[in-house]
Design a protein around this ligand. Structure first.
Ligand code: SAM
Length: 593
């Protein structure tokens, strides 16, 4: 439908588009409430009580005559186990302390501890002063038994860089730590907090090239203050061993030899991925591509920012703001996007998308964080037609159309599609997760697109059975393994099990069947994922077309540049080939009969 007036959805039975099937429980609520309750009263740090420079620059041996005097001003809550910081510890009053530890490392160590227990995300502390950040700080203080000064923006970015990198490289770091312990038992029985401190030290030395004295001294000090002097001595001994091995270029790494399984196991350590992923990728992609993919997953992610043209901003406006914030950026080939590389270029220079968040550019509605694989790709085709594009372009929203986004939250694609409608047409954003839908609608308001979007809180499978509505276009951006976005989601590789794939594929089939019921005769169904796994992608479509002979696959040729079109006519972006997130989309047409 090109440029026509708003076409109302066609109704099939009693329940209409605007009638959400309300769910009794918010599926996000349990996870959100699993954080620390933050009830303890934590006193402020007394920054003057111990000079921050004292003892800097070297690590002393216990009882050495040169060692600085023990810091009598440091008060620790006795007998606190870092594993019991919630309810009981929550009521403990933490003493007034003065401390000499590096605050961002202390916070990073506790965040890592929580991530390991499944109670935190890598990027939890994403904005200074927000409530999740405040909860986190009170958790840190209760866990460590001392206060932490308010982290500044740079500290917050350092926490994220250290946490994301340490999580990503966990298997590799643990292999080295274990190899450098006097016995395997020492590693196996290591206290969780001590292990996190060692991981941070190893990551800083091996991957961030933090000066040796800082990495050793600061982590030793943290172990001594947060645990006990003996823990600091162990950290000192192991980190110094590591420095010697690094200098001699003789880190103990496994040899890639033996049968497929043994080789995959060695690669899984060297590239820090689960063995099942390594084996699967070698099978589907071949060894060379699999290695490239793992290197990509371990690299600092690029974040793309899309300027919000619906609010009247141009890319030049966005670039002006980024320059004033001294954020390094790269112009994307897609004219609404700029790219920011996350991470540390060197020890002193941090690039981070959080600078953009903290400056409020998203809140102002100036831009959105969105990967180009989800976006639109304006360039000229051979025939001179403009606007070939990616996932949203596979949908190809046209003014006046009715579109339902079946798994819409948090709304990246919904907003982008709405912006494409030029004020004519309507998008229904459906999702099972109420909290994420709320975020979507807030973003729609911010982007001045709320008049074009209505939300539906429902399980798609129930909604499709009960509604009468059908739409010109139906987008199913299905829940998936996320195997195409591992560089951005540092912890995802460890949270996904092989068995999850089986479960996800069943859900994807069910959701596809439901979404297909919402397509008007002659309408379009687009199925997309941010996975690179063929079983979640083309295999799902092949099975779907067999179950639904009234749907025919239409090539995405003409909607996206040729380099993204597979032989079968699917859209497929690959991190290693195209340097953007891995994503997939198929376009299906429903017959008119
Ligand atoms: C890949 S995310 C969607 C991302 C979104 N399209 C975007 O661009 O921001 C998948 C979404 O599917 C939703 N979901 C999962 N199962 C669902 C179901 N049975 N019905 C509706 N939504 C569901 C999840 O809550 C999640 O928000």
């Amino acid at each position: 439908m090109e440029g026509g007036a708003l076409a109302l959805p066609h109704f099939r039975s009693r329940v209409g588009v605007g009638s959400p099937i309300l769910l009794s429980a918010d599926p996000g609520a349990a996870r959100r409430s699993s954080g620390a309750s933050g009830r303890s009263r934590v006193s402020r740090v007394n920054p003057g009580a111990y000079p921050r420079s004292a003892g800097r620059g070297r690590t002393w041996k216990r009882d050495s005559p040169e060692a600085p005097p023990r810091r009598s001003g440091i008060t620790r809550v006795p007998n606190r186990s870092p594993e019991m910081p919630t309810e009981r510890a929550g009521r403990t009053k933490v003493s007034n302390v003065n401390l000499e530890v590096s605050h961002h490392r202390a916070v990073a160590a506790v965040r890592l501890l929580r991530i390991e227990k499944g109670k935190a995300f890598v990027d939890l502390l994403n904005e200074k002063g927000n409530s999740s950040g405040e909860n986190e700080m009170s958790y840190v203080e209760r866990t460590l038994g001392f206060s932490i000064r308010c982290l500044d923006n740079r500290d917050i970015r350092l926490v994220t860089v250290i946490v994301a990198g340490t999580v990503r490289w966990k298997r590799y770091l643990d292999y080295l730590i274990m190899s450098l312990c006097s016995e395997v038992k020492v590693f196996r029985e290591m206290e969780p907090l001590l292990l996190q401190i060692l991981r941070i030290g190893f990551f800083e030395i091996l991957k961030l090239n933090v000066p040796a004295y800082a990495a050793v001294d600061e982590n030793v000090r943290l172990a001594k203050v947060a645990l006990r002097p003996g823990a600091g001595n162990l950290v000192n001994a192991i980190l110094r061993k590591l420095l010697l091995l690094k200098e001699a270029n003789s880190l103990p790494l496994p040899k890639i030899e033996g049968d497929d399984r043994a080789q995959a196991r060695a690669l899984s350590i060297i590239y820090s991925h689960p063995v099942w992923m390594v084996r699967r990728w070698i099978r589907f992609l071949g060894k060379e591509e699999a290695l490239k993919l793992m290197k990509w997953n371990n690299s600092d992610p690029h974040f793309s920012i899309r300027v919000n043209t619906a609010n009247g901003y141009t890319r030049a406006d966005l670039i002006d703001r980024l320059e004033s914030l001294q954020v390094h950026y790269e112009k994307s080939t897609m004219d609404e996007f700029v790219r920011i590389q996350e991470g540390m270029q060197n020890y002193l220079s941090l690039f981070h998308v959080q600078t953009v968040l903290q400056a409020g550019l998203l809140k102002e509605g100036m831009c959105a964080v969105q990967d180009e694989s989800a976006g639109k790709f304006p360039c000229l085709s051979d025939s001179g037609t403009s606007h070939l594009s990616l996932v949203v372009s596979v949908v190809d929203p046209q003014p006046g159309e009715t579109i339902i986004d079946c798994c819409a939250a948090p709304g990246g694609k919904t907003l982008f599609m709405a912006a494409r409608l030029s004020g004519q047409g309507k998008i229904w954003a459906l999702d099972i997760n109420k909290g994420r839908l709320r975020i979507l609608m807030e973003a729609a308001k911010l982007h001045n697109l709320d008049a074009m979007i209505s939300d539906i809180h429902a399980d798609l499978r129930l909604y499709a059975k009960e509604t009468t509505a059908t739409f010109d276009k139906v987008l199913l951006d299905a829940p998936c393994s996320g195997l195409g976005v591992l560089s951005k989601r540092a912890d995802l590789r460890w949270n996904r099990q092989f068995e999850d794939l089986e479960e996800l594929m069943c859900l994807q089939d069910e959701l596809l069947d439901s979404a297909s019921m919402l397509v008007k005769p002659g309408g379009i169904l687009v199925y997309s994922t941010c996975s690179i796994d063929p079983e979640e992608n083309k295999h799902r479509i092949t099975a779907f077309v067999q179950r639904h002979p009234d749907f025919v696959l239409q090539s995405v040729h003409g909607y996206v540049p040729a380099e993204f079109v597979t032989d079968e006519g699917f859209y497929s972006s690959s991190p290693t080939k195209h340097s953007i997130d891995g994503a997939f989309a198929a376009r299906l047409v429903r017959s008119v009969l």
